[in-house]
Ligand binder design. Sequence first.
Ligand code: ARG
Length: 490
Amino acid sequence: MSEQPNDASHERSGAAVRGDRFSGGPARGFLSSLAADQRIFEADIAVDRAHVVMLTEQGIIDGEAASEILTALEAIAVEGHDGLPDGEDVHEAIESAVIERVGPEGGKMHTARSRNDEVAACLRYRLREDLLESVSATLALREALAGVAREHTDTVMPGFTHLQPAQPTTVAHWALSYERAIARDTERLVAAYDRTNCSPLGGAAFAGTPFPIDRERTAELLGFGGVVENSMDAAASRDFLLESTAALAGVATHLSGLAEDLIIFANKEYVDLSDAYSSTSSIMPQKKNPDTLELVRATAGTASAGLDGLLTTLKGLPRAYNIDLQRATGHAWSTIDAVTEATGVAAGALASAAWNEQLLADAAGDGFTTATAVADRLAMHGLPFRTAHAILAEAAQQGGTVDAIEAAAENVLDEPLDTYLSPDELHALLDPAHSVETRDSLGGPAPAAVAEQLDTTADAIDDDHGALERRRAALEQAHESLTEVVHSHV
Ligand code: ARG
């Protein structure tokens, strides 16, 4: 390797930044995050641009150097990550590439900062975009669930506890139960976004800088909502990765339950998945398997691994910066990619599935699922609920027929059942659809109660779309104005 600072191969190796002492060695590949940093290449270009603009606006570097650096960054952006020289990471490689093009003056780019605040800024910058994608995916899934609910307000189905037939409900009520849960996931992702959307830039290595930098200005140029004030916190903290990953793990947990329900429902033929979301067997030609949903279910494993990987990597790290943090990043990316993709697949599988209304209606009363409805009515007519429960428990053991209910009532009450319940009333109560219709308490499965829930859901989806669009627009706006400002300096 050449000792000449202006030798091209010297610069291509990234030694322009690290000097010759740390230029290589057997652990070079182990140390390097350059390949993985492809994901933050564009973020780093943006962060470099904003930093250089601020440096020249503050009179920290002269306009000519700024102009040359910004021009070089433009060309480097066009060449892309693959065009970079070697380096320990993308920050170093881009700086080497700038110096390669501009000469020693290019070294002014790294004034008043460190890779520590730089990488934290890049991660937040890139994660914002990914989080908005994941928010958008949760919204698509919620729309699919709301669509199923709108279509199946009257589709009665068996509801389960412990996977045993429990009480009749409707497909709409089931679907909205997931929509409401995933709505909270959307909120958690948006909250994680808002805390991610703060600029650590200017924290430098951790101890700030003597240069008269303007941290608010770089934050503004990059579209951040504010700054992470304490410079040590700015460089060292990764809880924005942690809470984003935790929110995604919550999504994955909900997805796994949703997928499991659909797999079970497909198994019972309650629901027919479209071929596009199914697969077959290489040997058993009759098979149609819910493979996509099984992979959605398994995504909880990916998310859990990501969350655990982050927690374990971050635990016990001393202040301020340690390169363990380089290994934390991947856990967040693998989680957000897997969960966002699985969310979209779940939405597609749901939206294209067909519900077997007749089979569901027939199954809704299986296993004496209307027993609670009869007990409730006896209690409404004056019996203590516990006594009513005892009658129906005994009737259930005898097969849950009308005869069994009457016999159990005689046995427990020493009175005929029709003292409390006419045969007509009993007959109606044993009809699952009627049972559902009576369960009209707030949030219940009765079509009237579900209609209100559908309104709540539609409003919430609208609001969350608004929240998403405002954040997207702010990023786009920042991107455009940064481009303008950069052009004014070249
Ligand atoms: N590539 C590193 C990361 O992902 C940033 C570089 C900071 N390195 C250092 N030795 N201070 O965190």
